[in-house]
Design a protein. Structure first.
Length: 169
């Protein structure tokens, strides 16, 4: 079961390992996630995709979506389909969706996995700005040591045990 499937199960209230069911709708309000390009949900255009992050595409949300695409540098691609974008551009769409839906928590599952270093750094800088500039908590899973350097705090999984490393020193 992939990360997005686990999130969907949690959002719908599945109970796992004796944990209590989340309050209805609470988890969905609190988080959004940035997926690798292959996992992106297909929408007619990226503008519609970003607007639908809030559940519909009313004109006010379309305006907010356009503003979010401007922030991530994709306003000129708003009418394009996700399949017409590069991997880095698709990651920026995921970030724009997070801006519009305004979650408290963003789960980023290998956000730089298919990207070249320059594009990866741009995406990581945007995630860092969401954290420092907008107060969003970012939980990023990565195998990329360079991406981990953008984190304020890291947890390493070593033989099934989390080991904390403080990167602020």
């Amino acid at each position: 079961m992939g990360l997005s499937e686990r999130i969907e199960a949690a959002v719908t209230g599945a109970i796992r390992r004796g944990q209590a069911r989340p309050a209805p709708g609470r988890l969905a309000e609190a988080l959004d996630y940035a997926v690798t390009p292959g996992g992106a949900r297909i929408r007619p255009t990226i503008l519609t995709s970003v607007a639908l992050a809030c559940g519909d595409d009313r004109p006010a949300l379309t305006d907010a979506a356009a503003a979010a695409l401007e922030i991530v540098g994709l306003s000129d691609r708003a009418k394009h389909k996700p399949s017409e974008l590069s991997g880095g551009q698709q990651q920026r769409v995921a970030i724009a969706r997070a801006i519009v839906s305004d979650p408290e928590l963003i789960l980023a599952d290998e956000p730089t996995g298919d990207l070249d270093r320059e594009t990866a750094n741009e995406v990581l800088t945007m995630l860092q700005e969401l954290n420092t500039g907008y107060g969003k908590t970012i939980v990023m899973v990565t195998h990329d040591a360079e991406a981990a350097r953008y984190a304020k705090k890291t947890l390493h999984l070593d033989k099934g045990v989390f080991v904390e490393k403080d990167l602020s020193a």
